[in-house]
Ligand binder design. Structure first.
Ligand SMILES: Cc1ncc(COP(=O)(O)O)c(C=O)c1O
Length: 426
């Protein structure tokens, strides 16, 4: 039987069972796919991705850095050096935990920047921090285990947790971080009900999506609660390395309690996302288990990229550019805040992040930003991520996430003006 006729046969069978139309418009039979394929809301994300390449639409949707910040010449030099001097190792398979030289450089980098003093043996190199979140979840969670998250929280972590069939409980995020009292109450209640509460996932500094930063008091209280209930904290920290304002006392949770906090970060925001390299610092007893999961998922992170990164860290190139990164993005953050002040109607409020990439906007309660997205794109020529996607439960549909690092300051003003017009007219 030719492959064409096999395809036809499958499609006919699909018609008699419960069909599902995939992103590509192909009919599929639900029962042939895993449950996790249907856990992720596709439609909004699909609409947003389509507009990224459109010249007539200003996009605040992506969580992406400004490519003008990419030090491509430094990277080219580091690659050349690596190919000249170290090609035998750099082009070979390597340890699943990560190239030793890179783990040592990451440990020194964190120490120099006052993020704690990790031992290189506790560092695991991952393919972006997305993989870090995935393999950590694989390591800690069985189906039905409870994970506490901020409300709202990072969309892709929600997807990971759903794919693990975890029970996701969200706790309100206040202006200074997660509501620790509500958290304590909720964990006590879950424990009384016999639930297996395994971990708390937080983005304490310049959170995605809200830009909110957790105060030092809350950081300490959060650790106390985790201690009291014997829970791991997963601290996801892509954004603390380049702040725009002087904020004192932003100790990473990891530095406050390395035995209980599993720290993740990434080179995506401080160097380039295209390298796809992130890292985990984990307590000693977890390391071998996390490395086992890493082996299952990807065997190892690309060797050559790890050697190039080690070289860039050793030369101090990543650190030296952090002030420039802050300066460039501070201007864009300020442009967005000024534009919001200028163009938004009075029913709209927003956060004022001290770093990171996002401002979180809240409109009148009756406004549904998911339903408005198509109008925003087609009529007003502006895109955002509707807030709904960042909620584990009961989404606040009047919210949206705006990215300010990718668009130019001029586009920020024009795009916010368009958004403001839309929110005045609806
Ligand atoms: C909070 C958070 N965690 C993890 C990631 C994933 O980053 P990457 O996989 O590029 O390292 C992002 C990216 O935007 C993020 O905002």
């Amino acid at each position: 039987m030719s492959s064409v006729s096999i395809c036809r046969r499958l499609k006919q069978v699909n018609k008699t069972s419960s069909p599902y139309i995939s992103a590509e418009g192909v009919e599929l039979r639900r029962e042939k796919l895993s449950r996790r394929c249907f856990e992720v809301e596709e439609s909004t994300i699909r609409d947003i991705l389509k507009v990224l390449s459109r010249k007539d639409v200003i996009s605040f949707a992506g969580g992406i850095p400004d490519p003008d910040t990419f030090p491509h010449e430094d990277i080219e030099r580091a690659f050349s050096k690596c190919m000249r001097e170290n090609w035998r190792k750099a082009l070979q398979y390597t340890e699943s935990q990560g190239v030793r030289e890179l783990r040592e450089e990451i440990a020194r980098f964190m120490q120099r920047l006052d993020r704690g003093s990790p031992d290189p043996d506790n560092v695991i190199v991952t393919s972006g921090s997305q993989e870090a979140l995935y393999i950590l979840s694989m390591t800690l969670l069985d189906p039905g285990d409870v994970v506490i998250v901020e409300r709202p929280t990072y969309l892709a972590m929600l997807q990971v947790l759903k794919s693990m069939s975890a029970k996701i409980i969200d706790v309100e995020l206040k202006d200074d971080g997660i509501d620790v009292e509500a958290l304590d109450t909720v964990v006590k209640k879950l424990e009384r009900e016999g639930e297996n509460v395994k971990m708390i996932y937080v983005v304490p500094t310049c959170q995605n999506p809200t830009g909110i930063t957790m105060s030092i008091d809350k950081r300490k209280q959060l650790i106390e609660i985790a201690e009291k209930h014997d829970l791991y904290i997963v601290e996801d920290d892509p954004y603390s390395y380049y702040l725009y304002d002087n904020v004192e006392n932003l100790e990473p949770l990891y530095k406050l309690c390395p035995e209980r906090v599993i720290y993740c970060s990434t080179f995506s925001k401080i160097l380039v996302p295209g390298f796809r390299v992130g890292w985990i610092v984990a307590p000693e007893d977890l390391v071998s288990h996390i490395v086992k999961m890493k082996q299952i998922v990807s065997l190892q992170t690309t060797t050559v990229t790890q050697y190039v990164l080690a070289e860039l860290l050793k030369d101090g190139i990543i650190e030296r550019r952090l002030p420039e990164l802050s300066q460039r993005y501070r201007k864009k953050r300020d442009a967005m805040l000024e534009a919001l002040e200028t163009y938004m109607p009075s029913h709209v409020t927003w956060t004022r992040p001290v770093g990171g990439m996002f401002v979180w906007v809240k409109a009148r309660p009756d406004i549904d930003t998911t339903r408005l997205l198509n109008i925003a794109i087609e009529k007003y020529g502006v895109a955002y991520v509707p807030g709904e996607a960042f909620y584990a439960t009961n989404p606040q549909r009047n919210t949206m996430r705006l990215n300010f690092t990718y668009p130019s300051a001029r586009d920020i003003f024009e795009g916010v003006k368009r958004l403001g017009e839309m929110l005045k007219e609806v």
